[in-house]
Ligand binder design. Structure first.
Ligand SMILES: C[S@@+](CC[C@H](N)C(=O)[O-])C[C@H]1O[C@@H](n2cnc3c(N)ncnc32)[C@H](O)[C@@H]1O
Length: 261
C-alpha cells in the first residue's frame, strides 16, 4: 500500500460514472487530499470523500457554457499545488485516455511539481461491458482501436485516418463520436467496411439512463437521431457487437451524470 503523504498533484481517474468503479487507490488519495480540481463527468459522490477543509474547484463544462481553456486549468492546478501539500486532479475514466492528462502532467512537471498518475477505468472498456458487449472476442475481434471521433470536426487539427482504420482494426471503440458519426461512417465505408458491419451506441453507460442501441454501420447514425441519443456516448463498430450477452450486464448505478456537456 502506498503512503499518500505526497507533496504534489495526483492525476486520478474517476472511472466512467458508476461510483463503485473507483479504484481503492483513488479513494485513498481522495480521502487525504487538501485540494481537488475536478471535471464534468466525475460522480458527485466523490466530492463527499474529501476532507471537510479541502479546497474544491470545478473546471468542467456546464450546460450551455464553454469549457475552461486548458491553459487556465494548468494555472489553477499549479497555484493549488503551491497552496496545498496533496492535490487531486480528478478526471472521468482514465486520465491518460482522451483526457489531456499528459498535458497537465507535463506542465506541472516542467514547473517542478511532483505528479503521480492513478489510472482509472476507462469508458471505452467499462461502458461496452455494462451493455454486455466484449471489446475483443476470439472469434470476432483480435484487435481493437480506441479512437476519438472529435478530431475530424476541426480540420485545422490532424484528423484520424478513418479509411485506414476500416481495414486495420477488427473493432473500433469511438469516444466523442456522436456529432461526427455521419462523416466517420462515410469514411469507414470508403475504406472498405461493409455497410452491414454490426455497430452499437451506448449513452450514459454504467449509470441510470444508460441506453444501448445496436444496429449496422450504415443505419446507426439515423437511429441515433431518431431515438435522440445524446452525449456522453461510446460507439462500437465491428463484429464483436454480435457477441453481446445481455445476461451478463451489471445493473447501472443509481446515480445521474450530466448530459450534453
Ligand atoms: C473527454 S473523453 C474522456 C474519456 C475518459 N478519460 C475515459 O478514459 O473514459 C469523454 C468521452 O468519453 C466517453 N464517455 C465517458 N463516460 C461515458 C459514459 N459513462 N457513457 C458513455 N460514454 C462515456 C464519451 O464518448 C465522452 O464524450
Amino acid at each position: 500500500m502506498t503512503n499518500v503523504q505526497f507533496a504534489g498533484v495526483y492525476l486520478v481517474g474517476a472511472g466512467p460514472g458508476d461510483p463503485d468503479l473507483l479504484t481503492i487507490k483513488a479513494e485513498r488519495v481522495l480521502r487525504q487530499c487538501r485540494g481537488l480540481v475536478y471535471d464534468s463527468l466525475v460522480p458527485q459522490e466523490f466530492l463527499d470523500l474529501v476532507p471537510n477543509d479541502c479546497e474544491i474547484q470545478f473546471v468542467g463544462k456546464r450546460r450551455g457554457h464553454h469549457s475552461f481553456p486548458q491553459s487556465k486549468i494548468n494555472t489553477i492546478l499549479y497555484q493549488m499545488s503551491m497552496r496545498h501539500v496533496c492535490v487531486v486532479r480528478l478526471k472521468g475514466g482514465d486520465p491518460f485516455v482522451f483526457g489531456r492528462g499528459a498535458e497537465e502532467a507535463a506542465y506541472l512537471a516542467a514547473k517542478g511539481v511532483a505528479v503521480e498518475v492513478v489510472p482509472g477505468v476507462t469508458a471505452g472498456i467499462a461502458v461496452p461491458a455494462y451493455a454486455g458487449i466484449p471489446v475483443t472476442h476470439r472469434l470476432a475481434g483480435s484487435s481493437v482501436t480506441f479512437v476519438t471521433g472529435h478530431e475530424g470536426i476541426d480540420k485545422r487539427r490532424p484528423s484520424v485516418n478513418w479509411q485506414a482504420l476500416a481495414k486495420a482494426s477488427d473493432g473500433l471503440v469511438i469516444y466523442m463520436g456522436l456529432h461526427n458519426l455521419q462523416f466517420i461512417t462515410e469514411q469507414l465505408l470508403i475504406g472498405g467496411l461493409d455497410s452491414t458491419t454490426p455497430a452499437a451506441v451506448i449513452q450514459q453507460g454504467t449509470v441510470i439512463g444508460q441506453r444501448c442501441i445496436t444496429s449496422t454501420l450504415s443505419q446507426l447514425s439515423n437511429e441515433i437521431q431518431l431515438l435522440g441519443i445524446q452525449s456522453p456516448s461510446i460507439l462500437i463498430i465491428g463484429d464483436v457487437v454480435k457477441y453481446q450477452i445481455e445476461e451478463c450486464c451489471p445493473q447501472p448505478a443509481n446515480v445521474t451524470m450530466p448530459i450534453d456537456f
